[in-house]
Every structure is written in C-alpha cells, then in structure tokens.
Design a protein around this ligand. Structure first.
Ligand SMILES: *Cc1c(COP(=O)(O)O)cnc(C)c1O
Length: 424
C-alpha cells in the first residue's frame, strides 16, 4: 500500500523519483522557457496544456498594446494594418510550425468551421465520388461535421476502426480508400491516445486512390514538427489555443496546398474572401489564392495572440520543443510502468516515441472517480476523457520533470485511497 503522506516529503516512496526529476530539470536546456509564461511558484502541476495552453507573458503585453493603442487610439484607422493579419500571421505560422511555403495558410474562424470549409470544397471538387472516410475515434467535431456534410449531399460516411493505441497507418488507410473515395479526414495526433500518424505515408496512399486528405493538426501544431508541403498533404486545419498558447477561443488556421487553390472553392462566401471587399455592389467573386478561404471580419485580438504564440515557439525552436517533449513523455512512460501499472493503470499511448505526440494517456477502470478526487483536491490539473482515460499533456515549454512525478504521485495515492476505502 502506498504511504498516504504528501508527495514531496522525504518519507514518501517518490523521494527517489523526485530527486531524479530535479536533476533532469537542472539539466533541461529549455528550463528557461517556463519563465516566458504566466506561472506561479505555488501552481499545481499543469498537465492540460494540450487542452488550453498557458498564457505567454509577451501575449499579455501585446494584448494591452493592441487594445489600448490600435483599438483605443487608432480606432477604425487601424484596419489598414489589421486587414493583412490573417495572411501575414498565416504565412509566419506556416513557415515556423507547418512546413508550408507562403500563400497557403490563413488564420481565421474556428477549427470546426475551417474543417467544414475544406471538406466541402474538396467534396465539390470530386462530385463523382460518393464516400468520405474518417476515423471512428476521431475528435467529435470532426465526425459531426462530416456526418452533416454527408447527410446534406447524400454521401456515405465510412468510419474506420483503427488500432485504438497506434491510430491510422498507411496500410489501414489504404484498405479503406478506393475509386469511390472523395476525401479522408484524419487527426495528425489522436486526441485520445496521443498517437502520431505518418502524414507522408497516409497522404501518399490517399493521393494514389485519387482522393484528397484533410489533416486536423489541433494536437500536433506547436508540439511536433510538421512538414505539410514535403508530406504531400492536400488540406489541413487546426487550433491555436492548445500547444500554440494563443488563448481560449483564439482563431484557428487552415492550409490549402498551392496546387489545389485554383480548383477549390469554399462554401462560405463572405465579403473578406472577395476580390475587393469594399466594392459593395459587385456580386461575389473570390480573390486569387488562399485569401479566397476567408469569410468575415478577422478576429484581431486573437490574431495578435496567435502571432505572439508563433514568435515564442520560433524563439524556443520547434526541434528543441520536440526533443524535450519526447524526453518528458519517455520519462513519464517509465514512471507509469514502475509505479502506476501495479495500481491498475494501463498505458494507452504508443511506447515508441516517434509514434507519439506530446501526451501520455492512461486507462483505469475508475478513472472518473480518480480525476474527480484530484479535481477536488486541486493538487494537479489533468483531464479525464470518458469512459476511462486520463490524459497527461506534456506541453514541453512549461512542463517540468518534477511536475510529472508530482502528478504520478497524486494518481498513485488516489488510486491507493480508493482501494483502501473499499476495503475499509
Ligand atoms: C481541440 C480540437 C478541435 C477544436 O475545434 P473547435 O472548432 O476549436 O472547437 C477540433 N479538432 C481536434 C482534433 C481538436 O483536438
């Protein structure tokens, strides 16, 4: 039975793990990054950066500056600078985080809306193909919007059961697509297991079948190096409030490969996607290039924070972020094997680092009770995904090895408490 005294004291079974973690934290070349964020010394370990990233200090300063100077003082005159933001920030995001050359990314709307635009445009371009393919375990909004599109157009939605830990592979996708398939929508990193898909391999298989890929990058952007152009991805979208730290409800992005831009037309015809938005009498006629994927007025405050999030990650270096993320998740898998497996937890994330995003998922039959307990005590922030998953998000810039040990210690103690309460 685990000693119920708080983790962090000499007498706990985690003393050795804490000492080891402290040494890893001292040697961490990215340890300074934590200071770039709004954090407090007394904060509980935050292992939910995969749901909502922390607030960068520079973003708070930028938010005040945009609000006070550009909005407060500049008023409507500031639109001269603001109008270009969706494409300017999109280009920079593409360069720093997506491996996308200029003119292929815009920052606007939400991930749900962007995925809808991309999927609808792809379906319109391949009207003779009646099948849409996705992962049955894909994020709900992705599945719902495809179901809506399929119902609307009388298409067939083919939901594939991929391996629940390893996610979709090129082979499995290959056997799910054919001459009937118009598009395949998949997550690059699975939100439940954290599995990282082989983007180049899968995009190739889908291209060979004559279909188009739509990648959801919500759980990979800012955590995993992405090479959209090189991987032969067709279309992609993702959100900016997770590993990109742009704040709750910050605008999402979308990518349309240059070779498709002439062929695709998105379905939400708004004035911002038009050739000249201020030629108000004219009928709709889309602008050239990626700008045609815009619809309405850009979300300026959020866009400014996306820009700060991208610049911060550019300074940290995506490769360094990935290296630390792998070190963190490897360490966590080791801790789980040693201390949580015996308490009924099961690893539900790929063991091989290269197949993993930046989270570790555990399954436990009483995960809900465990998470409710930790929620009440406030000693660690992590998240529960029904029916039995605990997700431990390891946002590399702000997570320490000590955070991991504290979280594992809390899970171990809570699990042991449940068992002893049952017995008592
Ligand atoms: C977080 C997330 C979304 C969020 O979509 P919103 O439109 O921002 O609500 C979509 N897809 C995936 C895979 C996500 O992880």
């Amino acid at each position: 039975m685990t000693d119920p005294s708080p983790v962090g004291e000499e007498s706990t079974p985690f003393a050795e793990e804490l000492a080891e973690a402290a040494a890893l934290d001292r040697a961490d070349p990215l340890a300074w990054a934590r200071e770039q964020f709004h954090t407090g010394a007394q904060d509980p370990p935050y292992l939910d950066g995969n749901s909502l990233g922390r607030l960068p200090r520079r973003s708070l300063i930028r938010l005040l500056q945009v609000a006070e100077e550009e909005w407060g003082h500049g008023l409507v005159r500031s639109w001269s600078g603001w109008m270009g933001m969706p494409t300017r920030v999109g280009d920079r995001l593409g360069e720093v985080l997506l491996g996308a050359g200029p003119g292929q990314v815009v920052v606007a709307d939400s991930t749900s809306v962007n995925l809808y635009k991309l999927a609808a445009a792809a379906l319109d371009a391949l009207p003779e193909r009646p099948v849409v393919v996705t992962d049955r375990a894909n994020f709900p909004t992705d599945r719902y919007l495809l179901a809506g599109l399929a119902a609307d157009r009388r298409l067939k939605l083919r939901s594939v059961d991929f391996d629940e830990v390893m996610g979709p592979t090129p082979e499995a996708v290959g056997s799910a697509v054919g001459p009937d398939t118009a598009l395949v929508l998949l997550s690059h990193v699975d939100y439940r297991s954290g599995a990282l898909a082989d983007m180049a391999g899968i995009s190739g298989v889908v291209r060979d079948a004559g279909a188009l890929t739509v990648w959801d990058l919500s759980h990979s952007v800012g955590a995993v190096p992405i090479t959209l152009d090189q991987s032969g991805a067709d279309l992609a979208a993702g959100c900016t409030y997770k590993y990109l730290n742009a704040g709750p409800g910050s605008p999402a992005f979308l990518y349309v490969s240059r070779h498709l831009q002439r062929r695709l037309q998105q379905p939400i015809w708004g004035w911002m996607g038009k050739r000249d938005p201020f030629a108000m009498e004219e009928p709709y006629s889309p602008q050239e290039g990626i700008g045609s994927f815009l619809s309405g007025t850009p979300q300026i405050l959020g866009l400014a924070l996306v820009e700060e999030g991208v610049e911060l990650l550019a300074e940290l270096g995506v490769e360094r972020v990935r290296a630390k993320s792998l070190a963190l998740t490897d360490h966590l898998v080791g801790l789980v094997d040693r201390t949580l497996e015996p308490l009924g937890f099961r690893l539900a994330t790929p063991r091989e680092g290269q197949r993993r995003g930046s989270q570790v998922t555990l399954r436990h039959p009483r995960a809900r009770e465990l998470c409710e307990r930790l929620d009440r005590s406030g000693e660690v922030i992590l998240d529960f995904r029904p029916p039995d998953r605990v997700r431990l998000g390891c946002a590399a810039p702000t997570t320490s090895f000590t955070d991991l040990v504290r979280a594992v210690g809390s899970l171990a103690r809570s699990a042991a408490e449940l068992v002893s309460e049952d017995a008592g």
